[in-house]
Structure formats: C-alpha cells, structure tokens
Design a binder for this molecule. Structure first.
Ligand code: AMP
Ligand code: MG
Length: 405
C-alpha cells in the first residue's frame, strides 16, 4: 500500500495544465485566467450621477436653507445612455437619471427626493458638498490599471469586471472535458427487470454529476462489458476525444478486473493500493498526455476516489491553484472508531451550529452503501486506529456547500 500523498504525486505528475485559449465570457466561469488583464478603458468611463436628481454647481446652492430654498432653472433632462449635453452655467440645473453623465460645470447632484419642482425651475432646500452623488470617471477602475492577475479563478463578479472593461474573450485555461465510462458485465442501464446476477448501473450518473458539480465538463460514455478488447477500444477512443478519462470498476484483484490490464498495455500506467478507506484500489494511466483515472467500482469508493484522487488531477489540468476539496474543522456529534491502518474518509453530514461546524457520520459506511452516503456533504479525514469521542474536532473535506441544500 502507498499513502494518499504518494498516489496524488503520481496523479499530479501525469496531469499537465491544458493550453490556454481565448474563450467567450459565458464559458469561462470557474476557469483560471492565463494572463493578467489591464483595463483599456476607465470604469465608469465618464463622471455620472449616482442618483436620480439635479446636477448643480455646489456654489449656487451654498446659501440654501429649509424655508429659504435656492431656485435653479432646469435647462435639460439627461437620461442614462445620452451624452452630457451643454455645460451648466450659474443658476442652472440639469435633471439627471442615475447613470447619466454629469454635465461640464456641475460638481454635485442633489437627489430628487430633496427637491421641489416649480414649473421649469427646481427649489432646493439644502446646500450640497462638491462631489456629492457624482461617480467620477475611473472611480471603479482606472484606464491602464491591472484589474485581474494571471492565475485568478474566475468568479461571477470577475466576469462582470472583464465585461466592464470590454474584454469579451479572456485567455484562460479551458475547463477540462472528461469522458466517463463504467465497466462490468453485471451492469444494467435499460429499464427492464434484472436477470439473476445483474445489478443496476449507478456510477455513471453519480460521477458525471459530481464532475459537473466540480465545474468540469463531463460526458457519459456508457457501460463497457468486462472484455479487454471492448475496454481497450472504449478507453483509446475516449482518450483521443477528451482531456481526461474516468472509468469505474475493474481495477482490483478479480479475474475480470481488466481495466488495469488494459491500461497497462495502452498507457503509462500505475496501479495502486492506496492506504485509504474506502477506495483502496486505483489505477492511473497517461496516454499521449491524456490522464486516465481507473476508479474502483463500488459506488461509494468511486465517488470518494473521484473526489480525493481524480479531482486534484483534473484541477491541475484546469490550471487551478486549489487542487483539493475545501476543508473545515468540525466537532463530531458522536464517537467514532476507525479500525486498521488506512486513513478513513468517513461520510458525514456537516452543518453550522451557530458557532462552528459539527459533523455527524451518516450511518452505514460500507463502500457499497451509497444510500447513506447520499445524505453526506463531507468526508471526515480520520487516521486509521483512532478512537474519538463525541466533541472531538476533526477535519472535513467538503463535497458540497455546507450551507446549501
Ligand atoms: P469492481 O471494482 O469492478 O470489482 O466492482 C466492485 C463492486 O462494485 C461490484 O460489486 C460491482 O458489481 C460494483 N459496481 C461496479 N461498477 C458499478 C457501477 N457502475 N454501478 C454500480 N455498481 C457497480
Ligand atoms: Mg467489475
């Protein structure tokens, strides 16, 4: 057996980042920016109003008082999207909508709520400080400013920043595409009754959805029987089409565990027994630069293996600095016993109790018991041979947002 870190080392050695490409904004959420972005334009591009109101010269209203308003002539109305129009002269105001350019000569905007209209004049009861309710050009981003650094993992707001400076096709490391296939003569997809010895295929929907949840483009490639030629054909084709391949089943010690045999022939392959529970057997191969992750077939094992071994490799492929599931400290709600010498990834339900996270093991922890795992949102990482009391603080790798559904 080898440690998880050693296994991860082999994975990361075989997972080079994809070549950067310029992609449309609606495809780059979660991608890593491959070059720094310098704003060619200021944001906002011109001084504009933060309020619906009146652009004024602050000196004109310096003497205003409640009951003794200053009376200004409204010379124009400017909506957002219109040019600024004529400069403002003494005794004049321009009616502005939020986002409309502030005309030259004006240095403040009085909000409409503090004004009274009187024909083509406006009465203002209060003085206003110079600059009030005016958003100067470049107040958010100056032209020439470096707004985003290379290596930034693009969030929703980053996409907005790129759009605001006119960048429509940033250079990013593309999201890896992954082909997912399962192997096993016993597996049935079709809506028909099971024959003796058969079970229903359940790993592909799990793995495809988990990958998509991690922001990876997953494609379901179906189930392949336990036949070396069929497995070879399917994996070779998938490795040619996708940036990575994920298979399930066929990597342990059984007579028809042929995925590891095939990977040994067609790829630079390492077959590992990793000191974790679940998900001990794991095969990893690289064929012409394309990583192939041979996950074990047991449903819980395949999901854990995907989360702790394949995901870091796929994130490395995506150029991500953060390879692993995020981890939080959490207090156990009950005692936990981990036998043996393998590190356990105990499936737990993590919730915020107002002061910190607490983690409750979800019950059945067998590697074939997916129903209990479905209630988990985290994996408590616990050394083999540990006997822990309720209240003990453990580290939990989050599979999902603990504040989400
Ligand atoms: P294997 O890793 O191929 O030896 O499979 C280990 C166990 O997981 C066996 O009981 C298989 O029947 C089961 N299994 C393998 N693949 C799947 C799958 N895609 N869906 C559900 N169970 C599976
Ligand atoms: Mg099998």
């Amino acid at each position: 057996m080898i440690s998880l870190d050693e296994a991860l080392g082999h994975v990361l050695d075989g997972c080079a980042p994809l070549a950067p490409a310029s992609l449309p904004l609606d495809q780059v959420g979660g991608c890593v920016l491959a070059e720094s972005v310098v704003a060619a334009e200021a944001v906002p591009p011109f001084a504009n109003s933060a309020m619906d109101g009146y652009a004024v010269r602050s000196v004109d209203v310096a003497g205003a008082e409640p009951g003794r308003p200053v009376r200004l002539r409204v010379v124009a109305t400017v909506l957002a999207g219109q040019p600024a129009g004529v400069p403002l002269s003494e005794g004049e105001a321009v009616r502005l909508m939020t986002g409309a350019p502030v005309p030259p000569g004006a240095d403040a905007v009085v909000m409409v709520e503090r004004s009274t209209i009187d024909g083509d004049h406006v009465l203002l009861d209060d003085p206003v400080a110079s600059g009030r309710n005016v958003r100067p050009a470049g107040d958010d981003i100056a032209a020439g400013q470096q707004v985003l650094d290379a290596g930034t993992v693009l969030t929703a707001a980053h996409l907005g920043v790129l759009a605001s400076v006119g960048v429509r096709g940033p250079l990013v490391v593309p999201r890896p595409s992954v082909g997912v296939l399962s192997t096993g003569d016993e597996l049935v997809d079709a809506e028909r009754e099971l024959r003796p010895g058969e079970i229903r295929e359940s790993n592909r929907p799990t793995l495809v959805a988990a990958l998509r949840g991690f922001g990876i483009d997953a494609t379901d490639l179906g189930t392949v029987p336990d036949d070396a030629d069929r497995i070879r054909g399917a994996v070779v084709e998938a490795a040619g089409r996708f940036d990575a391949v994920v298979t399930s089943g066929g990597v342990s010690m059984g007579d028809v565990d042929l995925v590891k045999v095939v990977l040994g022939e067609i790829a630079d392959m390492r077959w590992m027994q990793v000191a974790i529970r679940p998900a001990k057997p794991f095969a990893f191969g690289v064929r012409d630069g394309t990583p192939i992750f041979g996950l074990p077939g047991n449903p819980v094992s395949s999901l854990v293996s995907l989360s702790v071994l394949a995901l870091p490799g796929l994130r490395a492929r995506a150029g991500r600095p953060d390879l692993h599931l995020p981890r939080v400290p959490a207090r156990l709600t009950g005692p936990v016993d981990v036998h043996g010498d393998r590190t356990a990834f105990l499936r737990v339900s993590v919730r915020w109790d107002g002061t910190g996270f607490e983690a409750s093991p979800v019950g059945a922890q067998g590697s074939h018991q997916l129903a209990a795992t479905a209630g988990a949102n985290g994996l408590a990482v616990i050394d083999g041979g540990s006997t822990l009391a309720a209240g003990h603080e453990v580290t939990v790798a989050l599979m999902r947002d603990p504040f989400g559904p």
